[in-house]
Design a protein around this ligand. Structure first.
Ligand SMILES: [Zn+2]
Ligand SMILES: [Zn+2]
Length: 384
């Protein structure tokens, strides 16, 4: 397990070992604390110091952080609400007439059969979004082009370019999940919505109601995904189901739903659908939400921390180390302390949306201490 956790460091050194005769083991020296301009400016000298022990976070301080996050989100939402309304009215017509007109045109062609819309509409949209955007990422992974994108790799040197055989295996598995598991699940989704009741197809909800529902969908997904994901990591069942998804310690976008069919149902389909079910969402709101959820998971698995994109560092770290960062937002990881190791790393400092074109690894580089850590790991693995 230990070797697995430090896989990337060992791979880097493993290659060098093959070329050079291994030097005699040296006594370990106490690592020097990095005091470069960047770390001093950020006030984070203690990160990566193996002698630094993080204070265990109390429930109160965790709750405090959560309240700050939720409070900030509410303030931003309240502030943005008027601006968004203004833009909505300016560009979309006084009461969302523009979108309603587009929806009417669509229904005139597609028909209003709810089974058809909930089952085949949802399948077509999720399939289309996954392969359109997943395809763009895959193009980057296969061609190793353009060169400028390489600067944004979270784990440089991995999947550059991606192994074609491994990629084909992923594509077949994803197609199987989308068709053999996804379509029957869509039927179940439709029948459960029918049982629960949902608004008429013809009339779209208001813009504010869609925003409100999306906020609920995000929170419900965070809880359902976090706990189902942690359950999949439990000792007795991990090797039977979730191990397959973790074959990729450095994931690429299309590995997002590369997993066992049981995992696909309980971790990928149920969590996003649960909020839709609870709220009794309109089918168009559900489609918008599924689109956002797919874009989010493709980004989280992409292996690229691109400027102006939400940071994928946390889930990438989860694939690298297995035992940290189980959630989507990170709120439940904070409450349960399952981000403690992540918070000790440089990746955590990079876990922000980059608002410039400077690659995160340049803005917040690895320190001498990080390199020292790799050296220490190598030293320890030699002694074993
Ligand atoms: Zn994953
Ligand atoms: Zn996992």
């Amino acid at each position: 397990m230990k070797n697995k956790r430090w896989g990337i460091g060992l791979i880097m050194f493993g290659e060098r070992q093959a070329e050079e005769p291994s030097p005699p083991p040296e006594p370990l020296k106490e690592p020097k604390i990095d005091t470069t301009e960047t770390t001093r400016a950020l006030g984070v000298e203690n990160y990566e110091n193996p002698f630094y022990k993080d204070q265990p976070s109390s429930i109160l301080s965790s709750l405090g952080s959560v309240l700050v996050v939720i409070g900030t989100a509410l303030v931003i939402f309240a502030a943005a609400r008027n601006t968004i309304t203004w833009h909505a009215q300016k560009f979309w017509g006084a009461s969302g007439d523009f979108w309603q007109a587009q929806w009417d045109k669509f229904l005139d062609v597609a028909g209003e059969d709810p089974t058809y819309l909930w089952v085949f509409g949802s399948t077509a949209i999720t399939f289309g979004v996954y392969w359109l955007f997943g395809g763009i990422y895959t193009f980057l992974d296969v061609t190793n082009m353009p060169k400028v994108i390489r600067r944004y790799k979270i784990q440089p040197g991995t999947n550059e370019p991606v192994d074609r055989t491994k990629l084909m295996k992923v594509i077949w598995c994803v197609l199987l999940n989308q068709i053999a598991v996804g379509i029957p699940s869509s039927y179940l989704m439709y029948y459960s919505m029918k049982w629960r009741g949902f608004p008429g197809i013809r009339e779209l909800p208001t813009f504010h109601w869609v925003l409100y529902e999306l906020a609920i969908h995000i929170l419900v997904e965070e809880a359902a995904f976090y706990y189902s994901h942690r359950f999949l990591h439990s000792k007795h069942i991990y090797k039977y189901i979730h191990k397959q998804h973790h074959e990729w310690t450095a994931p690429i976008a299309v590995t997002a739903i590369y997993c066992h069919p049981v995992e696909h149902i309980f971790s990928n389909l149920v969590p996003p659908f649960l909020g839709v079910f609870i709220m009794g969402s309109h089918v168009a709101t559900a489609w918008l939400w599924f689109t956002l959820a797919i874009l989010s998971t493709l980004n989280a698995h992409s292996g690229y921390h691109l400027p102006f994109f939400p940071s994928p560092e946390a889930h990438d770290f989860h694939h690298l180390k297995f035992n940290n960062c189980f959630g989507v937002l990170g709120v439940l990881d904070r409450i349960h302390g399952t981000d403690a190791a992540f918070r000790q790393t440089r990746a955590y400092l990079r876990h922000i949306m980059m608002l410039s074109f400077i690659p995160p690894r340049v803005a917040i580089p690895d320190t001498q201490l990080t390199k020292m850590k790799y050296w220490k790991m190598q030293h320890e693995s030699k002694q074993q």
